[in-house]
Design a protein. Structure first.
Length: 99
């Protein structure tokens, strides 16, 4: 059995994103097309991830409740999160009474 959680191309893309964040270059990254995750909350399965209602995802319908892939980076002040698969813009957190 062969199992790969992250392929080399995805690892390089993720590494480049994290290097930009660590270098303080968040503003140079494009978040304009990143999906918005409303009612987001930190959730734990065997690894940290986020759950919430997604809008603007390239393959999931708007308003669908999802759990993301593994959470790699999150900055609630900048309202962004990076999972293994993509960036998310963070809308309001869960429990604020907004849908």
């Amino acid at each position: 059995m062969k199992f790969a959680y992250l392929n080399a191309e995805d690892a390089l893309r993720l590494s480049a994103d994290l290097r930009s964040v660590e270098a303080g270059l968040i503003r140079t990254l494009s978040f304009d097309t990143a999906p918005i995750l409303q009612a987001h909350q930190l959730y734990s399965r065997r690894t940290a991830c986020l759950s919430g209602y997604v809008f603007g995802h390239p393959s999931l319908g708007d308003g669908r409740e999802i759990m993301t892939s593994q959470l790699i980076y999150m900055d609630t002040e900048a309202c962004i999160a990076r999972t293994v698969n993509r960036w998310y813009r963070l809308g309001h957190p869960a429990g604020t009474g907004k849908a």
